[in-house]
Design a protein around this ligand. Sequence first.
Ligand code: HAM
Length: 437
Amino acid sequence: MSFFIKRVRGTKDVLPPNDKIWSWVESVMKESAAFYGFLNVRTPVIEFTELFKLSSGETSDVVQKEMYTFDDKSGRSISLRPEFTAGVLRAILEDLNNQILPLKLMYFGPCFRYEKPQSGRYREFFQFGIEIFGGNSVNSDIELLFLANYIFKKLGLKNVKLEINAIGCKECHNDYRNLVLDFFNKNLNNLCSVCRARLEKNPLRIFDCKEESCQKICQNAPVTVMNICKECNRDFEEIKNTLTTCGIEYKVNPYIVRGLDYYTKFVFEFIVATQTGNLTVCGGGRYDGLSKFMGGPDLCATGFAIGVERIIEIIKTQKIEISETNSRDLYIACLISEAKIKVTKIISKLREFGIKADINLFEGNVKSQIQFANKAAYKYFLAFGNEEIKNNSCKIKNMSNGEIFEIVSSDDFGDNFIKTCIETVFIYNSVGPGMSS
Ligand code: HAM
């Protein structure tokens, strides 16, 4: 008996026409970051498990429950990356001598977390992210917030809310940790078993617990933002003042702790209200201590990552119109075999001039060809057969308004013909690289 193997739970396929929206989102994100001066970085999907344990923290949900971990054939523990930050920092530390600091990096690619699949939560999901290394002033944090805001505006997202929090540096942490320990110890009986275990190792993780009983207790717990040192407070004030001065709305949310252990000083999230609740589309913050913790030098760092699937779901539910990036210019249906070489040559010449032209990939009459060109959203259509060869001319049809351009060829469909085509049809109608609307 034959059976059909389906895709793995929590993963997805992106097929045409859905790929159009993906390509558009990817290009908006990358072009915006490039405009802000960020350079692209690519790191492996697999890393030694130790890297994520060390960076995300043993008590984080990501490490405790969500990593795809396996032993390779040499018995080393390997994990699929649950996020980029640790791998990108590892790559920079390995190549630090060749890098000029401060360094502004961007990335786009898949991450893997074994989470319960639901809308906006997948086991394989894509992140677009940014990391700045060696920027010790709050200008770096502000740069991140501005870029994320710029990207969301370019994508046309509505109702995006920025929430920020000051979680304190190493100096503030000891005092704050004692305050929190004391508070949770008094409420020990009402904490879930996981949080009770967390209390010893990392009490701040309790703020990230999804259990209702723990969340209730957290509402009365001392918050970091009230217990930070002078320097952290000065930086936080500067970030808030800059946002206000530049007209970027925000809210201080003292309960943002983030799900990964490496953060210090400043954290933030961008949230979109949806029909099914709030969706965090972007999260990030400063992680100045991580480099040293991983055995590297003192290296300030700050960054964020955006969940691409979540953005795409919001674009769909908010019915945002996307600009056409994949539209095709000209479909030539070659109707007789004797003209195939001629048509192939015309297409290759047009492509040299940046016109997105294609030949038919199936045989059929003019009606079926034009039906296909219409469905595939070609802007222009040309049927090429005996008539065209006999008359040394052809008729290019504008698919949206039916207008016909008759082009006469004086050189057997050679260079002059191509030039006339481009001048009369494509330049005149703003088609081609950098000219498409
Ligand atoms: P994160 O908050 O774990 O941070 O993930 C960033 C974003 O990825 C989330 O806000 C969400 O939009 C998306 N995301 C996370 N898990 C899933 C999932 N299972 N399915 C779909 N989307 C998901 C980080 O990963 C940090 N590395 C961000 C960062 C960069 N911090 C500093 N630099």
